[in-house]
Design a protein around this ligand. Structure first.
Ligand code: GLN
Length: 553
């Protein structure tokens, strides 16, 4: 018999599904993350999950220009960039079980069928696929034991691709009628010729959702402007909402970090709690968010950073989605120093077409080369790195940016003209960056999906180095996503010319961080520090890189 005390302690898990209406790219991920941040601020434990409708089993094989950045979880899964938003907004590590795709769900069901897991039954798309989706959601909840699990369903309602996920959501509502809430994030256009906000597309989207057997409890109304009282009332009436307060106005704002504050103004956190019959444990004043917003909206002194890479065209903020975690990490660090991030995207191929153009880099306070793959743009990246090294401009290389920095030093300092990574030149006489035997096996057998060195690995820091100064710790753990490594046969030669290997993996002896002894700040990491940067806790290396950039200025 459950005692009264036990009864009190037991809290049924709650689920919030977030679906998109009308069109994509209206900030469903940030809305999911912000709703979570509001609940967390009230002291409620939250986790967030993403369901992607692709056949791809994970996001790892997709080109970033196709799908934006590939985010890497600490436990080594390659996911959609929205998991990065959840981590940044919730300040939590999101595990790989919080991500699924159509491909992954089907793969599990098919494997189970092959192993007689369905005991001779006919395995059908419905109900077996939605049931597997539900199993995964419940598993993820049980792992973290979060009071609230927010599930973002990728795509837009009415799409053929996400029907089975909506079916899973409908079944969950049937299973837990009082513990499942639906949010639709919709878009309300303001056609230029009409000049006023139109609610009709949202009404249609709600009807489409209804046809899937789902009733929206809240509609988050994304638009250029705020939703007025008249439209709130109209939408509530026509979309079957309990009252007009269930339409949440979410106008465009300059920074995504403003969105929790914006939603709080609408009382969204409290409304969600009430609908889920949950009590707040804290007052919920969003103090950290307010401080962050005060800083980011008032800083004026710029730090000029050039991000030299590929996967984007020329100009400012083109395809910024490919590097969203890098951009956010740069912003967090700039705000920490009370500076305004002034980021310029440079396509490294420009420096191949016009080598003299590299001189423009002199006008920047810092140069960053992010991760990448393959040959295209590499010659231009090497030019940019050489310029940073010779002109003493703070340089930060992330993964490929570290590997290429070593190649640049090998060629121009050590004089090994054909030094290269075997990713590009398998016949080089100086394979500075190469494949380890385990990875070579993967490449030979063409096993590419999910086989890189992925997720968190430990790194031991060398005292007194720039890396150590940043972390002030002996041992750190950072996330990886790469196949190639620094070739330790060349370590000594590099050390002789002043490259310090300031971070090493304690088990394998692999190089994790390399930095120049004589340079204001020239450091590369084999890992991707950007994945662990948070708005209230900038990453130590980004913080020190920006500090060096400010000094240069
Ligand atoms: N292409 C390099 C490798 O596979 C670097 C990868 C990266 O920058 N993430 O090792």
């Amino acid at each position: 018999m459950p005692t009264k005390k036990m009864h009190k302690k037991y809290q049924r898990p709650k689920y919030i599904f977030v679906v998109g209406g009308v069109m994509s790219s209206v900030g469903k991920g940030v809305t999911t993350a912000s709703a979570g941040a509001l609940l967390k601020d009230f002291g409620v434990s939250v986790t967030a999950m993403k369901i992607d409708p692709y056949i791809n089993v994970d996001a790892g094989t997709m080109n970033p220009t196709e799908h934006g950045e590939v985010f890497v979880t600490y436990d080594g899964y390659e996911t959609d960039q929205d998991l990065g938003n959840y981590e940044r907004f919730l300040d939590e590590q999101i595990p790989s079980v919080n991500y699924m795709t159509t491909g992954l769900v089907y793969q599990t069901v098919i494997e189970r069928e092959r192993n007689l897991g369905y005991h001779g039954k006919c395995v059908e798309v419905v109900p077996h696929i939605p049931l597997e989706v539900i199993r995964r959601i419940e598993f993820a909840q049980a792992r973290i034991r979060s009071a609230v699990t927010i599930i973002e369903v990728g795509g837009t309602v009415g799409e053929y691709q996400n029907i089975l996920f909506l079916e899973a959501a409908r079944m969950m509502k049937l299973k837990y009628p009082r513990d499942v809430v639906f949010i639709m994030v919709s878009y309300l256009p303001i056609p230029r010729t009409v000049g006023e906000m139109k609610t009709k597309p949202t009404q249609h989207a709600v009807r489409t959702l209804n046809a899937a057997g789902i009733h929206a409890d809240f509609i988050v109304c994304r638009s250029e402007k705020e939703l007025d009282a008249k439209r709130k009332e109209k939408l509530a009436l026509l979309c079957n909402l309990q009252n007009e307060g269930d339409t949440i106005s979410a106008p465009d704002v300059p920074s995504v970090y403003q969105i929790p504050l914006l939603l709080a103004q609408e009382g969204f956190g409290e409304k969600l709690l009430k609908r889920l019959s949950l009590k707040k444990r804290h007052k919920g004043d969003l103090r950290q968010w307010r401080t962050l917003y005060r800083i980011l909206s008032s800083v004026t002194k710029p730090v000029k950073i050039a991000v030299v890479g590929k996967y984007f065209g020329t100009g400012k903020f083109t395809l910024a989605d490919s590097y969203i975690s890098v951009i956010e990490a740069l912003k967090h660090a700039c705000w920490f120093h009370k500076r305004k991030p002034d980021l310029t995207w440079i396509d490294s191929e420009e420096y191949e077409r016009n080598p003299r153009k590299v001189r423009e880099l002199a006008s920047f306070d810092g140069i960053l080369v992010p991760g990448g793959f393959g040959t295209r743009g590499v010659a231009g990246l090497l030019r940019a790195i050489r310029f940073a090294r010779e002109h003493k401009i703070p340089y930060f290389g992330l993964c490929y940016g570290m590997q290429l920095a070593c190649i640049e030093i090998a060629r121009n300092v050590l004089g090994w003209k054909d030094a290269h990574t075997t990713e590009i030149d398998s016949k080089t006489s100086h394979p500075i960056i190469h494949l380890n035997p385990f990875q070579a096996q993967n490449v030979r057998s063409r096993r590419f999906g999910g086989t890189m060195r992925l997720g968190s690995y430990d790194c031991q820091l060398l005292k007194g180095t720039k890396a150590w100064i940043a972390y002030r710790r002996q041992q750190i753990s950072e996330r990886h996503r790469h196949r190639y490594e620094f070739n330790n046969a060349y370590r000594e030669s590099f050390e002789k010319v002043g490259l310090i290997f300031s971070g090493m993996n304690p088990e394998t002896g692999l190089v994790e961080i390399a930095e120049l002894a004589v340079h204001p700040w020239f450091l590369g990491t084999q890992f991707h520090p950007e994945f662990q940067s948070r708005p209230f806790r900038p990453h130590p290396l980004f913080r020190e890189f920006i500090n060096a950039a400010i000094q240069k200025r």
